[in-house]
Write a protein that binds this ligand. Sequence first.
Ligand code: MG
Length: 251
Amino acid sequence: MAEQKNLGYSDTPLIPGTQWHVHDGNRPQPPVVQPGTASTPDSPGQPPSDAVILFDGSDLSKWESAKGGDAGWSVENGVMQVVPKTGDIQTKERFGDCQLHLEWAAPAEVKGESQGRGNSGVFMMGRYEIQVLDCYQNPTYPDGTTGAIYGQHPPLVNACRKPGEWQTYDIMWEAPQWDGDQLKKPARVTVLLNGVVLHHAIEPQGPTGHRNVSSYEKPHDPTGPLRLQDHGDLVRYRNIWYRPLKGYDQG
Ligand code: MG
């Protein structure tokens, strides 16, 4: 049997709040993940090896209509597209804390203005909207700009690509927590659009509304679906996956 290599130290102080010494060689090794690849204008990126795939371009088998029944959007050439008036779609799977990746494109043919141009939305846990909108040379109210926590936080910057071009969202999400009716911890989110930080570890004020102030008054389930919005515009999506966010030393 190979001799156990001594990788670290055990004569060092304990790291406060943990059972591990500083440089502890017996601390669990971080699990190995095969990284994916970035997307290009012509092809979606490759998910990392431990990702849960929600849409790989083949079909909507992981999705349903948010009103119940089958998802009404179209799938062609590895891409799903909103079919106006069929309604929002959502994943059958429910999840909470996660790293979410998706790619989207506003219609190449520019129509409408402000909130009427390439509008859709990514609803974390089915409730918290991160705005999808064509904001390339299309001003609108700031807390409704692409990447806004809709109605609450405008994005730090407008990092939109041109309409028709593929764009990426990378979203790190922590679900809110309640103790009975008492809010224990609000949601927390970090959002990158096309690799540019739009929000860093900010706390949404509650589920998304329209023309009202939100709150965490009503507790909801600790997990929820990913919901995509049908706002009547021909927005496309591809390469949608998430990784559950776990704590340190959890394998
Ligand atoms: Mg929207």
